[in-house]
Design a protein around this ligand. Structure first.
Ligand SMILES: [Zn+2]
Length: 368
C-alpha cells in the first residue's frame, strides 16, 4: 500500500509511521536521532550526498500531521531510483515526526505540555535538543520547518482559504532582510509562482513577527536560509488529503529550485506580493437561529461555529463549538446552512464559557 493510500486520516500514530519508515528499504540511512520525553524514538533519514545540505523536520506540533503525510510521499518517491536525480546536488536530513508524544495524543504540545516551537533558546526538552544537535552537526544550508494551520486562515481578503502558507522567518528585528533570508524569500517566490497554477489565490504569506524562541527564527538568526511551510484548508477536505498533494508539490518545487539555483531569478518583492494570512473564516454558519444570551432572546440570528479536533479511537472528530452570533456575520464560512425556525424546538443558549455543552446536541441535529 502506498503512503497516499495508507495515510488518509488526520491522525498519524507514531507506531504506524515508524513501520512505514522501517519499510523504506532503498533509502540510505534511517537512524534514531534522539528520544522524546516519554522515551519514544525520534527518527531521522539521511538521503543523498550532494553539497547543498537541507534539514527538514515536521510535526514538532503533534497535531499537525499533513506535512508529515507529504514527507512520507516524498520519501517514497525518492526511493524510486528514477526520481533520485531530483536530489543529485543535495543531501537531505529529514525528521518526519519531531514530537512523537504529542503525535500519539494528538496535541500541539509535547508530553510536558511544552510548545517545542517556543523552546529554541531554552532547549529544555529532549525533542528540542535532538533537533538542535542535528542542526549543529549537519550545518544545513537550508531548513524546511513544516507545520499545519487551522482552517480559519484566508490568503489575504480575497475570499479563498490559505491552503498553503509560506514564510521566510525574519531572524532579526522586524523588517530586516539578511542575505540568507533573502534566499529563502526568493525560493518562496518561485514556489508560489508554481503553486498559483494549481491553487490560484490560495497561497498565503505567514506573519513574520520575530521571536527568537521559535525554531525558524532561531535558525534564521544563525544565518541559515529557513522556510516555514504551513499546510492549511482546502474546501471540504478536513482530512487534508488534497492539501497534502499541494504540500508535496511545494516541497518538490523547493528542492528543484534550490538544486538549480534558479531562485536567483526571483525577487524579494515577489515574496512580499504574496497576500498575508488573514483570519477571515469560520467552519460553519447556521442562519435562522433563535439565540438566548443572558436571558434575552434574539431571533433569526447567524450562529458562528468552529470545529475542535478531538482524538477518539485513533480517529479525529470535528466537534462544533459556538464562537459568536450576529444579525449578519461579515466573515466567511466554509459551510453555511439556512434553517427553518421549526427545525429546532429548543432555543440555543449562547454562553462563551460553555460553548460545547449547550450547543452540541442542537447543532448536531441541524448538521446531520
Ligand atoms: Zn505548528
Amino acid at each position: 500500500m502506498s503512503a497516499k493510500e495508507k495515510f488518509i486520516d488526520r491522525y498519524l500514530n507514531p507506531d504506524k509511521l515508524n513501520l512505514f519508515l522501517g519499510g523504506l528499504k532503498n533509502l540510505d540511512k534511517l537512524s534514531i536521532i534522539g528520544y522524546s520525553e516519554e522515551n519514544r524514538p525520534i527518527y531521522g533519514i539521511k538521503i543523498g550526498d550532494g553539497s547543498i545540505k537541507v534539514l527538514i523536520w515536521s510535526q514538532m506540533h503533534g497535531n499537525e500531521t499533513t506535512t508529515t503525510k507529504a514527507l512520507c510521499r516524498l520519501l517514497e518517491l525518492l526511493e524510486n531510483p528514477t526520481h533520485r536525480g531530483l536530489i543529485s546536488k543535495l543531501t537531505l536530513n529529514i525528521i518526519p515526526q519531531l514530537n512523537p508524544d504529542g503525535a500519539a495524543q494528538y496535541t500541539r504540545l509535547n508530553s510536558n505540555s511544552i510548545d517545542l516551537n517556543r523552546d529554541a533558546v531554552d532547549l529544555s526538552q529532549s525533542e528540542s535538543k535532538a533537533l538542535s544537535n542535528m542542526f549543529n552537526g549537519f550545518k544545513p544550508d537550508f531548513c524546511f520547518n513544516l507545520h499545519g494551520q487551522r482552517s480559519l486562515y484566508s490568503a489575504g481578503h480575497m475570499g479563498l482559504p490559505a491552503t498553503v502558507s509560506l514564510l521566510a522567518p525574519s531572524g532579526g528585528p522586524e523588517g530586516s532582510i539578511s542575505s540568507s533570508r533573502s534566499k529563502s524569500m526568493k525560493v518562496i517566490a518561485a514556489v508560489n509562482q508554481a503553486l498559483q497554477i494549481d491553487i490560484p489565490g490560495q497561497i498565503g504569506r505567514y506573519d513574520d513577527l520575530f521571536n527568537i524562541n521559535c525554531v525558524g527564527d532561531k535558525f534564521s538568526n544563525l544565518g541559515t536560509s529557513t522556510i516555514l511551510f504551513e499546510a492549511g484548508h482546502y474546501p471540504n477536505d478536513y482530512n487534508r488529503n488534497i492539501t497534502t498533494n499541494y504540500v508535496l508539490k511545494a516541497l518538490i518545487d523547493s528542492i528543484k529550485i534550490i538544486s538549480s539555483g534558479d531562485y536567483n531569478n526571483y525577487t524579494t518583492d515577489q515574496y512580499f506580493n504574496i497576500p498575508e494570512n488573514k483570519n477571515d473564516y469560520c467552519d460553519l454558519l447556521i442562519k435562522g437561529v433563535s439565540i438566548v444570551d443572558q436571558g434575552k432572546e434574539y431571533k433569526n440570528q447567524e450562529l458562528v461555529i468552529n470545529f475542535k479536533e478531538e482524538l477518539e479511537s485513533s480517529k479525529i472528530n470535528f466537534v462544533p463549538y459556538m464562537i459568536d452570533y450576529a444579525d449578519f456575520w461579515t466573515g466567511l464560512s466554509h459551510q453555511s446552512i439556512q434553517i427553518e425556525l421549526t427545525e429546532i424546538k429548543n432555543k440555543i443558549v449562547f454562553d462563551k464559557q460553555k460553548p460545547f455543552l449547550q450547543a452540541q446536541s442542537e447543532i448536531n441535529k441541524i448538521i446531520k
